[in-house]
Ligand binder design. Sequence first.
Ligand SMILES: [Zn+2]
Length: 169
Amino acid sequence: MASQIKRAFPRKSHKTPILFNDFASDDYMRSKTYNFSKGGMYFRSNVILKPDLHIRIVMINYTPGSYGPEAYKGYMAKIRWCRESSDSIDEEKFGVGVQFLEKSHTEFGKEASTASYMCDLCGDITTLEFIHRTDELDYLCGDCHKHLESFPEGRIKESIKRFMAGNVF
Ligand SMILES: [Zn+2]
């Protein structure tokens, strides 16, 4: 049972344009994602990106409330791997797998703390200082977090968590 929960999020194929940069400059590079999961995405790059490097990603087709990575405008992510891809269909040479660290309805500036976060339960917008992040990368505002914590471990708490997981892609 425990091993089932630990399994990586299912991946879905989804091609959509993104911008990304490595925080070192304000210039974004253009790319496309090819698939995503709740915890991360795969995209292509012209340049090699070192594992553990932190990047920010902007979803060009940001559509709040939609299903998929465009439900959020900005992500902060960590490079998991980057390797030269053998298929030459695309001009971008490298395939990159990233793990999401933060997601936001605004773009991430150079300071992540300036981004706004939305509570996955009540929809309240708040800042990094007041948001609680679960292991599943769901966000809870202070009130919802306190509320959820007040439930004993058990069925009700599990179904709230399931609701959140289903609510967010
Ligand atoms: Zn809330």
